[in-house]
Write a protein that binds this ligand. Sequence first.
Ligand code: ADP
Length: 455
Amino acid sequence: MKIRNKLTLLFTAMIAALMIAFALFVYYTYDQYRKDEYYRRIHQQAITKANLLFDTKVDSSTLQVIYKSSNDVLFQDEMAIYDTDFNLIYHDAAEIDKVKETRSMIDEILKKKEIMFEANNLQIVGFLYTHGGKNYIITAAAKDKPGLAKLANLRFTLITALISAIVIIFIAGRFFSKQALQPVSNLVDNVNEITVTNLDLRVNEGNGKDEIAELAVTFNQMLNRLERSFNAQKDFVSNISHELRTPLAAMIGELDLAAAKDRSEEEYKHVINLLRNDAQKLVRLINGLLNLAKANYDEINITLRDVRLDEILLDARHDIITSNKDYKINLSFEKEIENDDFISIHGNEYLLKVAFMNLMENGCKFSGDKSCNVIINYYKDKTVVRISDNGIGIAEEDISKIFTPFYRGKNKKYAEGYGIGMSLCNRIIHLHKGEIYVSSEVNKGTTFTIELPHV
Ligand code: ADP
């Protein structure tokens, strides 16, 4: 059920319940008042008749004729007088006998002095009447025809008013809930207009104050993030295409050149070597991209276990110097290891090795002596690895950008690369809840400091 309908029904049900309770209260209060009034009236009329009979000595038969000659006998007050021994003294119409007195009724009246009750749609009173020092029991009964008619009229008025009010409230409720939820409908329309092709569109933030505006602002903030990441993905894909096209174009060029005319065996060998180099570069690039994709997974998808950083660093160093015979990497500890836990962290061995290999490789490739120093230090809460070189350094304006995917600094001509390594390192270190800092001075050298928490 739509919120609009739910709100309308809830609102209508609430008001209807209140109105019904109010109407019932009015109805029953009025009915009680009418009954009390009528009992008083019957009582009073019975006394008047009794006085007529006893004081002015009006003849019984005269009173009976008056009673019977009225238009609607049933609704006349019918009175009877008994003595305390239940002997009938007077009866308006014994043959009708609305009250049907009994001995026990007489006894009860004697005891309580007055009783009132309803029977067969009649209101009946019985009370003790004293005249000339003698006690009598008077009973009188009648139907409150005009009072009941008024009550019926009140009932009809209340029911009609109630039904009309509920219908009006329902219509008004629908109108107001529509008004209240209009901003939500507008928001839905706005959101429906946003697709991949117009991610720059934003939803209307309304008055900027209420909850709906808050929702719109939050939604716009989410769109900003989405747009940024979508653009980053687009850039990433176009960068990859560009990076893959360059070596492939070079390979095609070399092949075309070789195929243009007959070549000597030496020349063919030369071309094959060139092609092999280009193919190797492609493999390196693709491996880098695969690692970047891996590191971009969520932490939950990456298996973590307790690993020793010194072992990973040794492994990384070994792999680098095996494939680059001219590279030199010096690994040392700043202070003695007292406990294995100090250089252990909870991490992914493969990714950490990739990160350290990139840092060591950069240190070597961007320095004239092709060497770098790796120093391991530890604290209570973290292990710190410092990788430094005495190479060409990074230009100041490049320092903040080197962690951007595919960014290569001004010094890029000095060494080959694709601008993937540093962004990959950054991602891997942050994935391990660590920090990476860089300090560099042109022509003096560069130091990367990596802090990794033990857990
Ligand atoms: P690549 O090395 O393939 O260019 P990276 O992502 O590894 O890409 O590095 C990005 C840039 O950061 C490099 O192009 C270079 O300008 C700079 N850089 C990284 N490490 C060093 C370093 N040790 N010495 C000098 N410059 C560095």
